[in-house]
Unconditional design. Structure first.
Length: 135
């Protein structure tokens, strides 16, 4: 089940018919992310399996899953922004129950991401779900 924030993105995507406009929206969402503190860009937060450099820092606040992230690639920063809308703020126990693949399919992204970006997205989802199970 997607968060209300992610549902807003789904609605925005439905409104935008052109994939160039959808990509622009994803990139704009990525640009709006705050920069990750350099001290958090360490091997422990780096996501393996991504063609670009990606860092995800996770934590829990009273059993609520939280994370921030950054990438050196604009489209990947946008994917992180989408993942934030999907997962950040959920009860940590609920994160594993979110079918990210199905939620992203609602956006039609799998049809428009390169194989490398799809692999990177899977790696980020795996990291998020794995970390949520331990926070």
């Amino acid at each position: 089940m997607a968060s209300a924030s992610f549902e807003e993105v789904v609605e925005d995507f439905e409104f935008l018919e052109d994939w160039e406009d959808r990509y622009r929206l994803v990139i704009e969402m990525g640009k709006a992310l705050p920069e990750l503190d350099e001290g958090l860009k360490v091997p422990a937060t780096k996501v393996d399996g991504c063609a670009s450099q990606v860092w995800l820092h996770t934590w829990s606040e009273q059993d609520v899953f939280r994370f921030i992230g950054e990438s050196d690639a604009m489209i990947v920063r946008g994917l992180i922004a989408l993942l934030l809308r999907l997962y950040d703020g959920l009860p940590a126990a609920d994160v594993a129950n979110v079918d990210a693949r199905a939620e992203f399919a609602r956006l039609g992204l799998h049809d428009h991401l390169s194989a490398q970006r799809s692999n990177g997205l899977r790696a980020m989802i795996a990291r998020i779900q794995g970390r949520a199970s331990t926070v």
